[in-house]
Design a protein around this ligand. Sequence first.
Ligand SMILES: CC(C)(COP(=O)(O)OP(=O)(O)OC[C@H]1O[C@@H](n2cnc3c(N)ncnc32)[C@H](O)[C@@H]1OP(=O)(O)O)[C@@H](O)C(=O)NCCC(=O)NCCS
Length: 303
Amino acid sequence: MYKISIPSDEQDLNAYFHFRWQILREPFNLPEGSEKDEYETVAEHRMIKDGEGNVIAVGRVHLNTPEEAQIKHIAVSNDMRGKGLGQMIVFALEEVARKMGVERIVTNSMDTSVEFFRSCGFEVQELGPKELDMQRRQQMLKKLAHQGAVRLHPNWCEELQKTWYETIPITEHMGIKLYQYTGHALEVRASLGRNINLHGTMFAGSIFSLATLTGWGMIFLQMKQKGLAGEIVLGDADIHYHKPVTSEPRAVCNIETMSGDFEYLKRGKKNRLTVTVKIQDVDRAVAEFEGVYWILPETDLEE
Ligand SMILES: CC(C)(COP(=O)(O)OP(=O)(O)OC[C@H]1O[C@@H](n2cnc3c(N)ncnc32)[C@H](O)[C@@H]1OP(=O)(O)O)[C@@H](O)C(=O)NCCC(=O)NCCS
């Protein structure tokens, strides 16, 4: 039985790129090195090896935007085609994209692999650009359905997401994405690839930003629910990092952890609230954040 693996050490990565070159570039007389591009360090890579440790299939996925992932460089060795390995790689990359919280996956397929991508659920959108190998490409798309993610008040969720991106542009670069809002809990996710440090784990400053935004977002949504308006600012914060984040960063803020109410704001005064945000690496708790937020009434802002 074949198993998907992640090329992690130098030997694996060399074998992975060499294989990619052999299948996708060497037939077009392109030199070694031409198989790589500027996304390698932020992309997720997957491969399959045979029983002797030889690479027999590879593929990669990276984020184009927080909503869109791109699958690229799928290759299966000539003598192993037609056994389902190509599909195994695409589905493994699709799973990675799902966890990143994207809505769709695109790929620029050569004419010869359009049927293969169709079998994986992609549809042809338009004629894409010619690439290094000078083959004409078809842009293909697959929309992902997120099972289980609840979005109560989708309009407010969209407004919050838009507010983050428009007022704090770095949130888009960090791949910050509102994943789920149930009315009681808000879950926000970030891309690990875009927030990685030199140890291959999530940068502590990014964890802090993810937590800050989640607490901020929870107050934003609670104010919407109560029909209140005002400017939310972080006054003070404390964070404890217990373990490194190694995959799928999530921040969860539960309404039960919110202390304080909105009575001052209702009377047109500055309002203080404290919220706790738990940072998880998949389902493992890795950090805890406590933020003190102030809500400034609109009248204060006009003065
Ligand atoms: C395209 C490629 C990755 C497919 O890998 P694979 O392991 O042979 O594909 P699978 O066995 O998983 O095939 C899945 C389905 O796609 C179909 N398929 C695969 N290649 C096909 C082709 N060239 N033409 C028509 N159908 C094809 C299979 O018949 C199968 O359908 P089924 O589920 O109904 O049986 C492989 O042929 C390859 O490496 N080609 C060269 C590089 C390339 O073109 N990469 C794509 C990047 S643009």
